[in-house]
Ligand binder design. Structure first.
Ligand SMILES: Nc1nc2c(ncn2[C@@H]2O[C@H](COP(=O)(O)OP(=O)(O)OP(=O)(O)O)[C@@H](O)[C@H]2O)c(=O)[nH]1
Ligand SMILES: [Mg+2]
Length: 361
């Protein structure tokens, strides 16, 4: 049973609205989206949204009580504080929403630590701002040693951050060791990256005979997994990774950097993009991925774009993409029907200059 009534405020375009709705659906089964408001700019100084929109929503809330307001943009602690005061209910921003999804999905220790780190990095500036607001008027009282509680919280967060970074470093060292062993073994590594829901895990499962969870929800995979697979009896390692999203905060990339970085050391990076969506959606997703790959300092020559879900797209759509991006001969696959998978294997071999035994006479 959906028990929490939610209002969403997002930008007035199809892509933002659809993605924000998917984020809300993925965040909690309890969320029941009752109304969507749109606003062209979500960076007004006092509330993020404009004050006219605040009044409009307040009026709506009087008639239609809700439990939560979600704003599809990063807000400052001050904006959230101001909005909660106006609306009288809890307000969360896009980053909190993404963190909540990550938090509910994390299964491995390392993923949990990475999310805790992102969470602290999200909270720190908010606590700092709250301290500023509170020091101005309602002081929250003192902690044990005469310090204000917000100051204690700030210091505590800093201490926890140091502890988590230390733990993550330990985990990283351990993985580095495996990685070195793998490199020494000369087995080529191929990483799957791409926007969330591009079909990475579905392809991973098909190639490696695995059974990892896949779904239409966002951020189904949070943990990097590596398995071996064979092309013409030659062994390869395939790595599945956490999905990307547009407007992903840098600290979140930072938090996942240790696991992503190693995957991106791979010999080949297959950049999966869902080709079954509109050109606009395709463009936003494709560029967001490239932007993140650049932030992670990936060597571009290792990246091979792969257009997924070919069974759901039309040749006109592919032609539009080819025309727009000037991609000569795109690699189109459908993991569902198997279309293009042989070609994908061939391209992998060619890229790594591995002779195909069937082609040697
Ligand atoms: N029609 C069709 N659907 C596909 C294909 N490949 C994947 N899907 C569907 O797309 C959705 C997302 O697939 P996943 O493999 O979970 O995507 P992902 O890239 O791993 O997503 P995250 O783990 O969230 O980053 C699922 O509902 C899949 O069934 C395909 O070739 N054709
Ligand atoms: Mg996945």
């Amino acid at each position: 049973m959906k028990s929490k009534k939610v209002i969403l405020i997002t930008y007035p375009d199809d892509f933002s609205e659809q993605e924000a709705k998917s984020l809300v659906e993925s965040a909690s089964e309890n969320y029941m989206l009752t109304k969507i408001f749109t606003q062209k700019y979500l960076n007004h100084s006092k509330y993020g949204i404009g004050s006219g929109k605040v009044d409009e929503i307040k009026d709506y809330l009087k008639e239609n009580p809700n439990d939560l307001v979600i704003i599809d943009e990063r807000l400052t602690g001050k904006m959230i504080y101001n909005l909660e005061k106006e609306f009288g209910i809890k307000v969360i921003d896009r980053e909190r929403l993404i963190l909540d999804i990550f938090y509910s999905r994390a299964t491995t220790n390392e993923a949990k630590l990475q999310i805790q780190l992102a969470e602290i990095k999200y909270e720190l500036p908010q606590v700092r701002e709250k301290a500023k607001i509170l020091k101005g008027n309602e002081r929250p009282g003192k902690g044990g040693s005469g310090e204000y509680i917000v100051d204690v919280k700030f210091r505590d967060l800093k201490r926890r951050m140091g502890f988590i970074i230390e733990k993550l470093n330990q985990a990283r060292q351990k993985r580095k060791l495996y990685q070195t062993q793998r490199l020494n073994s000369n087995i080529p590594v191929i990483a799957l990256v791409g926007y969330t829901s591009a079909g990475k895990t579905t392809l991973f499962n098909t190639l490696t005979n695995e059974n990892k969870e896949t779904s239409g929800s966002l951020f189904t995979t949070l943990t990097t997994t590596t398995r071996s697979f064979f092309i013409n009896n030659k062994k390869f390692m395939l790595t599945d990774t956490v999905g990307f999203i547009s407007r992903l905060p840098t600290y979140m990339i930072e938090a996942f950097k240790s696991t992503l970085e190693e995957s991106l050391d791979a010999d080949i990076i297959l950049l999966l993009v869902d080709s079954s969506q509109s050109l606009d959606d395709f463009q936003i997703k494709y560029y967001s991925c490239w932007q993140i790959l650049k932030e992670l300092d990936v060597n571009e020559t290792k990246v091979i774009p792969v257009f997924t879900k070919f069974d759901k797209t039309s040749s006109e759509q592919i032609q539009k993409i080819i025309g727009y991006f000037e991609i000569q001969n795109p690699l189109c696959i459908s993991t569902k029907t198997g279309y293009g998978l042989r070609k994908l294997e061939k391209v992998i071999q060619q890229q790594l200059k591995i002779p195909n035994p069937l082609e040697i006479r």
